[in-house]
Design a protein around this ligand. Structure first.
Ligand code: ACO
Length: 405
């Protein structure tokens, strides 16, 4: 590893690295990925153990404070979060300004940014107390905001949070209960959703996390920085991939299902087609994404619980994965399923509409974004992020009067 800052100070030399293929933007102690082995650790703990033995709020505590909570810490952290699950009533009026058919991520980008207009006691990013309360507010309010966005788009009244429920259970309640009918939360679906949250909670310096860090490095408020992360996550090459992956499966299904996989793969391999196998490939993992394995397992559990063991979309996804993993194109490029390949099927089975998938990813990733922001701002040496460029435009020239141009 070369410390370019020292080299720059000594020689004025800087590197050219579009897409940050080989440049570390920070030091971090939060998440470790070994892309070749397909290993993911949060603060040293394997993702498989966290997904099996812990719940999402324990994982939040781990990411934010560096350690898993003991029972007492867990109780007080849970109480703190649940104390903040409601959002200011004025937010409803802001929400009403959106078209009913707006994409939930368009709404979320606006709503999360708008939080900074409501909570003035937590907007100073350089004040650790402000950052802490902003962190709790964001973790607590994201499910409420996502559920409000959903209810708004379908024209139903918002459901207030129920703090006696678990984090995931409360989200299901706000999504699917109505004033006329309560929603009976199934423990299997609740656990599956909680697992989705854990698996998406952090993933070191991906595009949206780097966006949050860069945005926060200007000293903007934490809500604005997280809104920037939401906006970045929306793209189909990042968080939007779960929606894109499910839509891809639907398209193959419509075209004829398993028999049409070969034709689809041919299209993917044709460089002029611009078609990608969504939910496959990763900048860092050059092996099976460990989250994809857990997600596939969760998929089985959820479909089993719902009596949908023979779900044609799940069968199609498994067949597609098998064919791709035996194909020279994918093998030579080390393209494996990523977390998004199966997460859409799980979410769809839980009853979550497809356009909401990325918003749920944003909900879960919020804790990672905040932990990363805290780590950056807490470092006394942090500086505003300011990438350099290689200028390739016109040399210096004089402006001509308009009649002569
Ligand atoms: N389908 C087909 N070909 C692919 C795919 C794919 N999903 N992913 C990569 N490739 C090919 C590229 O075309 C390229 O081929 P080439 O060497 O012949 O030009 C090669 O594999 C290397 O790929 P890059 O695009 O250089 O890899 P990069 O690290 O830049 O991209 C990315 C990673 C964006 C995730 C890419 O694999 C992709 O677009 N995947 C589909 C979208 C997706 O699932 N995104 C979710 C990522 S995980 C997350 O954000 C939670």
């Amino acid at each position: 590893v070369i410390d370019i800052r020292k080299l720059y100070a000594q020689t004025g030399m800087f590197t050219y690295d579009p897409g940050f293929m080989s440049t570390a933007s920070c030091e971090s102690a939060i998440t470790y990925i070994d892309g070749d082995k397909g290993e993911l650790l949060y603060r040293g703990y394997p993702i498989e153990q966290l997904a099996t033995n812990c719940d999402f709020l324990e994982t939040c505590h781990l990411l934010l404070y560096g350690e898993l909570p003991n029972q007492e810490q867990k109780n007080s952290f849970t109480k703190l979060v649940t104390n903040h699950t409601m959002v200011n009533e004025q937010m409803q009026f802001f929400l009403r300004g959106f078209r009913r058919d707006a994409h939930p991520m368009a709404i979320m980008t606006g709503l999360v940014g708008a939080l900074s207009a409501f909570y003035h006691d937590s907007t100073d990013i350089n004040n650790p107390k402000h950052r802490e309360i902003a962190a709790i507010r964001l973790i607590a309010k994201m499910p409420t905001l996502v559920a409000m966005a959903y209810k708004y788009t379908i024209g139903q009244p918002y459901m207030y949070p129920k703090n006696e429920l678990s984090y995931a259970g409360n989200f299901l309640h706000m999504m699917f209960a109505t004033p006329c009918e309560p929603y009976k939360v199934s423990p299997v679906l609740e656990r599956a959703l909680d697992r989705i949250f854990i698996l998406h909670a952090d993933h070191e310096q991906n595009a949206s996390t780097s966006t949050v860090r860069l945005c926060g490095s200007s000293g903007t408020n934490p809500f604005a920085a997280i809104a920037a992360g939401v906006a970045c996550l929306w793209g189909p090459a990042h968080g939007g991939a779960n929606e894109a992956a499910l839509n891809m499966l639907y398209d193959i299904q419509k075209a004829g299902g398993v028999d049409k996989i070969g034709e689809f793969i041919k299209q993917v391999k044709d460089k002029n087609s611009n078609v990608k196998l969504m939910g496959f490939g990763h900048r860092v993992y050059k092996n099976y994404d460990p989250r994809a394995k857990l997600m596939q397992e969760t998929c089985r559990e959820v479909l089993g619980e719902l009596g949908l063991e023979n779900d044609p979309l799940f069968k199609l996804a498994m067949a597609l994965e098998k064919i791709a993993l035996e194909d020279e194109y994918f093998v030579s490029r080390k393209l494996y399923p990523n977390v998004d390949f199966y997460s859409g099927i799980v979410q769809r089975a839980i009853g979550i509409p497809v356009p909401l998938f990325t918003a749920i990813f944003a909900l879960a990733r919020t804790v990672g974004w905040i932990a990363q922001l805290n780590e950056m701002i807490g470092d006394p040496e942090y500086k505003i992020g300011r990438p350099r460029q290689l200028f390739e435009g016109s040399p210096k020239r004089d402006v001509q009067p308009i009649a002569k141009r």
